[in-house]
Design a protein around this ligand. Structure first.
Ligand code: URA
Length: 210
């Protein structure tokens, strides 16, 4: 899978499916473990991400690193990407036609990485991957099973770290929601429950066992 993901990244590096190709420095494909159980999906590259070609390297990224460390994980343990792979000018919101042009790349990444849990950061990733228009304020912290990349995945919407940077109340909620991630990954990894013992329909005596 790692080789396939790398080959796909090379393909996407020259993508011109939308207007953002004209203004970007480079495509920001994604970073981390190609076999990660946990994947984060943000919104779009900002200035620093566009410069460095790596998602979440600015202030929001530093907070994401801190939140990860808080649950005993590092960047290398997870996979991090965005809905859009190219920076919108002036960090404006993604436009619907840009999301439509780019979403195939995200779906292919999910299909190749096969994560167990996908944490969507903020509204854009949450709405795209849940297929519903419910906003992040209503659905954050509520996991739901969805089919992504042809497989069941636990979708877990949480606030975008950039939104939490300057709003302490939101940061607290983000920290609380983040703390549930190990449990969610563990839940998906847990072996299925033992089948219930088959009860004998007839008393053992009648079956000639005694
Ligand atoms: N915000 C995002 O949504 N993605 C990044 O990569 C950086 C900031």
């Amino acid at each position: 899978m790692a080789a396939e993901l790398e080959a796909y990244a090379a393909e996407v590096a020259t993508c011109t499916r939308c207007r953002l190709a004209e203004g970007r420095t480079q495509v920001v494909f994604g970073v981390g473990d190609p076999n990660a159980d946990l994947m984060f999906v943000g919104e779009a590259p900002g200035f620093h991400e566009d410069q460095q070609g790596i998602p979440f390297v600015g202030q929001a990224g530093k907070l994401l690193d801190k939140l990860l460390a808080g649950i005993g994980l590092a960047r290398a343990d997870v996979y991090i990407t965005n809905v859009l792979k190219s920076r919108p000018p002036g960090n404006r919101d993604p436009k619907p036609d840009e999301i439509e042009a780019c979403e195939g790349h995200l779906f292919r990444q999910v299909a190749l990485i096969q994560p167990k849990v996908v944490a969507t950061l903020g509204n854009f990733a949450t709405k795209l991957l849940s297929g519903k228009q419910l906003g992040i304020t209503r659905v954050h912290g509520q996991e739901q099973e969805v089919i992504l990349g042809g497989r069941p995945v636990l979708l877990y919407p949480i606030y975008h770290p950039a939104a939490a940077l300057y709003t302490p109340a939101m940061l607290k909620v983000l920290e609380e929601d983040f703390r549930r991630l190990p449990e969610l990954i563990g839940r998906v990894n847990a072996p299925p429950p033992e089948p219930a013992p088959v009860l004998m329909a007839e008393p053992a005596v009648q079956l000639g066992l005694f």
